[in-house]
Design a protein around this ligand. Structure first.
Ligand code: SF4
Length: 335
């Protein structure tokens, strides 16, 4: 991923998407339903010009739908508007999200001509059964083929995966993460499944055909996925859907929706690290965990929850967590 990009999001809701992924209601997820036009793109860019970027480059992002699956005329209209802003020096580049089966050499040629730098691919799962039950309409091989093509053509590649889809399991998600790592993306987004109203998944859940992925399911699974990507040097740039007023207001009927899901996952990762360190301790011990300052609040957990869990689980007489600016890894001292 480019360092220090100031992203200007433009949501392209469900436009022309011929598919019906069971979890998708782009109008609700993006929080708007009006079609986007060249004029609205220009308006967003003009609005952003007034805000300081503190040296970051501006990148226009077409999110929400499957950009390269919308009618070609509309793609051209939006790309031309964005490209004009690149030529005027108002933005630096373009990023967009799309489907693996809507990418080929000629599509990529067009995107490059208009200044697209980053392509986000919705892989969602690398398990054929999960893809089929989720109504994705593409295969794992489509993800592999599109990823290789995108990287070969010199674009930045961001892969998106979901957890908790119909037919999914933690083992399948871990295998999906391993497969995505082998495709060497520049970054990954992980979206645990949310049951959004007015979707096929909502109906399946109501009929008892789908068990919703809970926040706890997502936190415990993503706490395994995150270290896999990080150890491979692949940044996880988003964990969980961006909170919106509509989702928080009831459109998220069930599933792993939490406005601070990423924080919960990172705190769980630190809890697991602390458990490993404390395994050598015995009951009644006074323990001091010294952690890099940037990880201090994650180690404490929400409402200092990790502290209470660790003290109870290991029957410690006391547990202190210290923030250390010079450290790179958590360290344990026992008395
Ligand atoms: S391909 Fe994307 S926009 Fe189309 S239904 Fe699936 S998730 Fe929604």
């Amino acid at each position: 991923m480019s360092a220090r990009a100031s992203v200007l999001p433009v949501f392209v809701p469900h436009l022309g998407c011929p598919h019906a992924c069971v979890f998708c209601n782009q109008r609700r997820i993006s929080g708007q339903s009006r079609p986007v036009t060249a004029e609205s793109v220009e308006k967003i860019i003009r609005g952003a010009l007034e805000a300081p970027t503190h040296g970051a480059k501006r990148q226009l992002a077409f999110y929400g739908g499957s950009f390269t699956a919308i009618p070609e005329q509309m793609q051209l209209e939006l790309l031309q508007a964005a490209h004009g802003a690149i030529l005027r020096g108002e933005i630096d580049s373009i990023r967009l999200s799309t489907r693996p089966d809507a990418v080929d050499a000629s599509v990529l040629d067009r995107l490059r001509r208009y200044g697209v730098r980053t392509i986000e691919l919705g892989a969602q799962s690398m398990d054929e059964e999960v893809l089929r039950l989720s109504g994705r309409g593409h295969s794992a091989e489509d993800v592999r083929r599109a990823s290789v093509l995108i990287r070969e053509q010199g674009f930045e590649l961001i892969l998106q995966m979901m957890t908790g889809l119909p037919g999914d399991s933690p083992e399948k998600s871990i295998e999906t993460a391993r497969e995505l790592i082998r495709l060497r993306p520049d970054g990954v987004r992980i979206y645990p499944t949310v049951v959004v109203k007015d979707t096929e998944l909502y109906d399946m859940w109501q009929r008892g055909e789908y068990r919703a992925h809970t926040v706890e399911d997502a936190v415990s699974l993503c706490a395994k996925l995150l270290p896999l990507f990080e150890r491979a040097g692949i940044p996880v740039i988003r964990l969980g859907l961006n909170p919106t007023g509509e989702l928080s207001g009831g459109a998220a009927a069930a599933g792993a929706y939490h406005p601070a899901l990423g924080e919960l996952v990172r705190s769980r990762v630190m809890l697991e690290r602390a458990r490993e360190l404390l395994r050598a301790s015995s009951a009644g011990t006074e323990a001091v965990l010294s952690v890099p300052s940037r990880l201090y609040s994650q180690m404490l957990g929400q409402h200092r929850g990790n502290l209470a869990i660790l003290q109870r689980e290991f029957s410690l007489s006391s547990l202190r967590i210290l923030s250390s600016p010079d450290q790179t890894e958590p360290l344990l001292r026992l008395k």
